[in-house]
Design a protein around this ligand. Sequence first.
Ligand code: GLN
Length: 481
Amino acid sequence: MKIKDLSLAGLKESLSSGEMKSTELTRFYLDCIGERETDVNAFLHIDEKYALAKANSANCPNSPLCGIPIAIKDVLMVDGMPATAGSKILEGYMPPFTATAVKKLEDAGMVIVGKTNTDEFAMGSSTENSAYGVTHNPWNLDRVPGGSSGGSAAAVAAGMVPVALGSDTGGSVRQPASYCGISGIKPTYGRISRYGLSAYGSSLDSIGVLARSVADIIPVFKTMVGKDPLDATSVESPTTPRRLPDAESLKGTRIGVPKEYFVEGTQVEVAGAVREAIQEFKKMGAEIIPISLPHTEYAIPAYYILASAEASANLARFDGIRYTQREGADTLAEVYNQTRGKLFGEEVKRRIMLGTYALSAGYYDAFYGQAQKVRTLIRRDFEDAFTKVDAIATPVAPTTAFKIGAHGDDPLSMYLEDIFTLPANLAGVPGLALPVGFDDANMPIGMQLMGTRFSEELLFDIGKIYQRETSWHEMKPKMAR
Ligand code: GLN
């Protein structure tokens, strides 16, 4: 089998047996990047020397990830590599430390090849908000890869790396995975340390994994989980994770289908492909149960108030003094104008203004307070649902990848694309995106499986069985064949 068709386990096997060296494997991916990067623009930083040196020194026979290349979204800090978070305000910033999640992967012998493109500070759904140019969808270069982890998703789909890290505050791992025809996990809030992740909405942010299959996600996910003294919100994983009652089929598994996720406005082919996948689950033995998550329609307004409020506080650290450069500013106003004024993009400024407004004394109760209450209602919707079902199946997004520029000057129409992914972040539950088909324009369609908190292993079990019986995850865009 060729390298590009091997799973992570297959790569590990060829490395362990001595059939291939990690330097050769790394060279292979660096060459793929070299060939495709001009078209795709998935990377903000590529470090050949660093990667080859790491590959050369990888000596960790017991790690399933030893010597395997990975790309890291540019919102995560890696000592020795610049981190911009897709923003001009961080241009040239070299973090003096490595994010805990990344450190764990490095300790397991993974080889970081570079940093991937992202919407500025992960605010967006298309990677068009990056200050360093848009990333192109490998399935059709005129279309967005989704976002904000669009660089990571495109890199995996284009075969430039076997796996990549992303972050997900309201869908940023699942939606680009779906748009690029790959798999992606947004874990339970707190399951992976956020230390070293550029903070966007701290009560919503999670680090996630993007790969071609669920089987490839698992070892990377497992290596990163657990309590970290550097992140007070991180938690230990349960000692006995939830699993399927029957490892070989979906017998005894109850899958809920919420009516609020199959509404008008969803692309017909998307709803169709997801319904077909649900039929597959039924054939594999699952019991399909119609459910309701009644507060779904309030997720968008609640999320955009809460995420913006948290962002406005988190981004206050970019005060023009501790980060970035400026020239000859004498007054505080000049310092701000030259830094925050000039170097934040439009979307980031919009979020800061929205968030500051929602938090201001006169409006706090009406906006922030109200949004927090809505969040509780959404969390309760899920708690109720998970007394009846083990997992919930929905589309990842109402449409497939749209054309670059399609949402142009209409941020609200872009926010509406997030309707199916935001609730999982508001509730803190995990969501797994899986490819389940293609639309008429040959763009990939994704299904989302959500579970109760700490049920990632169960979602992986379902995803693995689905991918054992179907081949959507094996489809590749032309450039990666
Ligand atoms: N599109 C959403 C936003 O712009 C989600 C982004 C994310 O998950 N980082 O906030």
